[in-house]
Write a protein that binds this ligand. Structure first.
Ligand SMILES: [Zn+2]
Length: 483
C-alpha cells in the first residue's frame, strides 16, 4: 500500500510536468550563435519587438500586421485571410498558396492572454525587455516565440528555393483568438480556406521539453509531442419543477432541491480508468527508463490501472489523463427573495472525454443516475470526434529533428493533451497535427505562462529555430507516398 503511494507521488510529479510542461534548461554551455544577422536584427530583438505590440485576444491586428509585413519584406508570399481589429489571420509561404502544393503548416497564434496586475511583473508586461538571457513579457513564450521560430526557420529556405524545386510548400500560419476558443482564428481559417492551404501536416503548440519527468533520470529532458486531445463536452442539467411559493412551506419537490440531488448523483459517479493507447505509449517510453516496479506499472497501465484506480482517481492530474472528467462549473437559479422557492435551477458541467469514449455511452451513464430526479440533461457544446495523428513519417521527422539539435541525451514521446488548442481544427479535417514548442523551459519559466514574468530563454529560441529548420529539411526528403 505504502509503496503504491510512493510510486504514485512520483508518477504524479511526472504527469504534472507533462501536462503543464517544461522544467530545466539544457546544456548551459551551448553558445548563442551570432547575435545579429546581416539584416541587423537578432531573433531575440525580433521577439522583443513582437512582444511589445500587445495583442490580447480581440486586439490582434497590429501585431499581426507587424509579423506579416516582416514576412513579406523578407521574401515570403503573404496571404491575409482576415484583417479586422479582432481577427487577423495570415499565411506566409515559400511558394504562393495558389500553386496548390502539399503544404507543411507551421501553426502559431498571435493573441495573448491579458497581463494581469502590472505590479506583479519584474519588467512591464509589454516591454519586451531583454535581460538575463531571456526575452520578457506577455506572449514571450505563449505563443510569440513559436511564431518567431517558425518564421525565421522558413526564411532560411529561401536560398534553397533559388537553387532547386522543393516538393512541398512551407507555410507559417498565424491566427487570432486561440486563447478564447479559436472562432475568429483557426476555426474560421479551416472552415473557409482549407482547400487553399492544402495542408499535408500541421505543427502547432502542445508539449515542450521538460526535466524531472523520468524519476530515475530526472536530468534527462523529455519532449512530449501532442498527437491527440481530449474532447470537450459542456452539459447542462436543468430543473424546472412546477412548484413555487413561500419558503416557509417547503414542497416535496422543487427545482433547487431536485437539481442538488441530481448534481450530487453525478458527482458520485466513480469514473473508470481508461488507458488510451497514446497515454500508454508515452508513459511506457518514460517507464522504460525507470526502475523495476515503476517500469512494470507504467508499461502495463491497462493491467495495473484498475488495481490502482483509487489512487489514480484521487489525483486531478493523473485522473485527467486516465478518466473522463466532469467539473461542476456553474450553479444558478431563477432570481427571487430569500423566502421564495425558485421555479428554475441549473447546473453546468465541463466534461472532458478520452478519445476512445463514446459520447452516447457517456451521456447514457449520466442519464441513468439522474433518472430518479425531475431534471433534464442538455448538451450545450460538443466537439466532434477526432482520431489520433498517427506516428508516421511526419512524427518521426519531428522526433529526428529534436534528436539532431539536442543530441541523444533527450527522450521524445507522444502524449495526449487534456485541454484543447488549435490543432483540433485540423485533426477533425483528417490532417495530421503534432503539438510541440521545440524548446526546453524551466519549471519557473513554464509557470510564467498565463502568469507574471513570462519569459523565453534566448538559447531556447535559437534551438527552436534549429529544430524547425531541421524539421523542414527532413520533410523535404520524405517521398509524398509515405504519408
Ligand atoms: Zn498558446
Amino acid at each position: 500500500m505504502r509503496y503504491y503511494r510512493f510510486f504514485f507521488s512520483l508518477f504524479r510529479c511526472g504527469l504534472l510536468a507533462l501536462v503543464f510542461s517544461p522544467l530545466f534548461a539544457i546544456g548551459q554551455d551551448i553558445m548563442i550563435r551570432g547575435t545579429s544577422d546581416p539584416d541587423g536584427f537578432s531573433p531575440e530583438e525580433f521577439l522583443s519587438r513582437y512582444v511589445q505590440i500587445s495583442s490580447v485576444s480581440g486586439d490582434e491586428q497590429e501585431a499581426g500586421r507587424f509579423l506579416s509585413s516582416f514576412c513579406r519584406e523578407q521574401g515570403l508570399y503573404v496571404h491575409v485571410f482576415t484583417d479586422e481589429p479582432d481577427s487577423y489571420n495570415f499565411a506566409a509561404s515559400l511558394y504562393p498558396l495558389e500553386e496548390g502544393r502539399p503544404n507543411i503548416i507551421l501553426l502559431n497564434h498571435i493573441d495573448v492572454v491579458p497581463a494581469g496586475d502590472a505590479h506583479g511583473w519584474r519588467f512591464p508586461p509589454f516591454s519586451g525587455e531583454i535581460a538575463d538571457g531571456k526575452v520578457w513579457g506577455r506572449g514571450a513564450i505563449d505563443n510569440k516565440a513559436m511564431g518567431v521560430m517558425q518564421v525565421l526557420a522558413s526564411l532560411a529556405f529561401l536560398d534553397t528555393l533559388a537553387q532547386r524545386e522543393l516538393p512541398y510548400n512551407v507555410t507559417v500560419l498565424a491566427v487570432s483568438s486561440e486563447e478564447v476558443g479559436g472562432d475568429k482564428g483557426a476555426r474560421l481559417v479551416t472552415d473557409r480556406y482549407m482547400d487553399l492551404l492544402n495542408p499535408a501536416v500541421v505543427f502547432g503548440e502542445g508539449g515542450a521539453g521538460i526535466y524531472d519527468l523520468i524519476e530515475a533520470k530526472p536530468e534527462k529532458p523529455v519532449f512530449g509531442i501532442e498527437v491527440i486531445q481530449k474532447r470537450r463536452l459542456y452539459l447542462e442539467v436543468v430543473a424546472a419543477v412546477e412548484a413555487s411559493g413561500h419558503g416557509s412551506v417547503p414542497r416535496e419537490k422543487y427545482s433547487a432541491k431536485e437539481l442538488v440531488k441530481a448534481v450530487n448523483a453525478i458527482l458520485e459517479i466513480k469514473p473508470k480508468i481508461i488507458v488510451d493507447p497514446v497515454v500508454q505509449d508515452g508513459l511506457g517510453m518514460v517507464g522504460d527508463h525507470e526502475k523495476f516496479l515503476r517500469r512494470k506499472v507504467m508499461n502495463n497501465l491497462g493491467f495495473y490501472g484498475p488495481l490502482l484506480a483509487p489512487y489514480f482517481r484521487s489525483d486531478p492530474l493523473v485522473a485527467s489523463m486516465l478518466t473522463n472528467t466532469m467539473s461542476l462549473t456553474h450553479l444558478d437559479n431563477s432570481p427571487g427573495a430569500y423566502n421564495q422557492i425558485p421555479t428554475y435551477a441549473r447546473a453546468v458541467f465541463d466534461c472532458r472525454l478520452l478519445p476512445q469514449t463514446s459520447q452516447i455511452e457517456f451521456l447514457a451513464q449520466i442519464q441513468k443516475v439522474i433518472e430518479p430526479y425531475e431534471v433534464s440533461l442538455n448538451i450545450l457544446r460538443t466537439s466532434p470526434e477526432t482520431s489520433s495523428s498517427s506516428q508516421g513519417a511526419f512524427y518521426y521527422a519531428l522526433e529526428e529533428s529534436i534528436y539532431k539539435v539536442y543530441g541523444d541525451g533527450v527522450e521524445v514521446v507522444p502524449f495526449m493533451f487534456v485541454a484543447v488548442n488549435d490543432n483540433r481544427f485540423f485533426r477533425r479535417n483528417d490532417i495530421p497535427a503534432y503539438g510541440l514548442l521545440p524548446a526546453i523551459l524551466t519549471n519557473e519559466q513554464m509557470e510564467s505562462i498565463h502568469y507574471f514574468d513570462e519569459r523565453m530563454p534566448i538559447r531556447e529560441l535559437y534551438n527552436g529555430i534549429d529544430v524547425y529548420k531541421q524539421l523542414i529539411d527532413n520533410i523535404m526528403s520524405i517521398p509524398e507516398q509515405e504519408f
